[in-house]
Design a protein around this ligand. Structure first.
Ligand code: PMV
Length: 327
């Protein structure tokens, strides 16, 4: 009745930005990401306690955070036959929520794997991915390691909208992602609100969704042949296009800070000097630099020279896994 899982966050190279179903978290387009190690979130779920308890990073969760966790646990109870009773969930991340990476992705992936195991359900990456998706869309891509593709799916109930692993974490071990933390403040507009606003008001939205869909198979083909330059170019243009849809929203939405743009421009200069480094950027000011093992130290140095207050160097991470020690 008790299980614990550890999962890593992921960074999208082809991004998810916009839902076709807000309640089920169904995206307008497919996306593709890399799971990142060593950052992780560990989550314990125990059914059959006296009342529902949800604890995130040492705090009792409230409001919509608590609701999202309880909804996921309810789904597991229903699948397991409904007699598991109230649950205690404790989750702890080894990186700050403001690190510029969505800890919710790792958190809901760990929750999905732990809750299914605690309920006695069989290990099933597809079912865990669907469950994680309903907590936080991008979480469906953190159930498995390496490069994962979240297929948008066609069904109205979302049963075919989940992530599949395209290449595991051993496929391209020299690849590095360097998170450049330029600003630790909570962002003003959460991804969830920003993407809804973009879907509702940006005249560029339709073009964005169409474009992202066709970039996914291109990215898969590039990753297959481990072409860093081609992957760098693809992830940069995908990030620019996602941000362009947000710039074009009404009122406009800009997640970049002046030093975000400064760093991005600097990368261009560095590439001219032969340093292979590109960026991607989620809905926030902190770029993630894409490079190889031979240049990760140089990438960190240039992030710091452009004002990074902290830098996290990441390698391709593995699957969400069950642990024997509980929280
Ligand atoms: O899953 P959410 O609600 O955290 O949204 C993620 C949105 C982006 O990080 C901007 C893109 C992505 O695909 O991860």
């Amino acid at each position: 009745m008790k299980a614990t899982a550890l999962a890593h966050p992921n960074i999208a190279l082809v991004k998810y930005w916009g839902k076709r179903d807000e309640a089920l978290i169904l995206p307008h387009q497919s996306s593709l990401s890399l799971t990142l190690s060593p950052l992780s979130v560990t989550t314990t779920v125990e059914f059959g306690v006296s009342s529902d308890q949800v604890e995130l990073n040492g705090h009792t969760a409230k409001g919509s955070e608590r609701e999202r966790v309880l909804r996921a646990l309810e789904t597991v109870r229903a699948e397991a036959g409904g007699k598991l009773g109230p649950a205690r969930m404790v989750s702890r991340g080894d990186f700050p929520a403001s690190a510029g990476l969505a800890s919710s992705a790792a958190g809901f992936a760990a929750l999905a794997v732990a809750a299914r195991a605690a309920a006695g359900l069989p290990a099933d990456p597809k079912a865990a991915s669907v469950l994680a998706r309903r907590g936080s869309g991008s979480a469906c891509r953190s159930v498995q390691g390496g490069f994962c593709e979240w297929r948008r799916g066609e069904r109205a109930d979302g049963a075919d909208s989940y992530a599949v692993q395209r290449f595991d974490e051993k496929h391209w071990p020299e690849l590095r992602m360097v998170v450049a933390i330029l600003n630790r403040d909570e962002k003003e507009v959460k991804s969830r609100d920003g993407m809804k606003h973009t879907v509702d008001t940006s005249p560029y939205y339709e073009a964005w969704a169409r474009d992202a869909e066709v970039e996914v198979p291109r990215a898969v083909e590039i990753i297959q042949r481990k072409d860093l330059e081609a992957l760098g170019e693809l992830s940069e243009r995908n990030a620019w296009r996602m941000h362009a849809t947000a710039f074009a929203a009404n009122p406009p939405l800009c997640y970049m800070h002046p030093n975000t743009l400064g760093l991005i421009q600097h990368l261009r200069e560095q590439r001219k000097k032969g340093i292979p480094v590109w960026f991607t950027l989620d809905a926030g000011p902190n770029p993630v630099l894409l490079t190889d093992a031979a240049h990760e130290v140089a990438a960190e140095a240039l992030a710091r020279a452009c004002g990074a207050v902290d830098v996290v160097r990441c390698v391709p991470g593995g699957d969400a896994t069950l642990k024997s020690e509980h929280l």
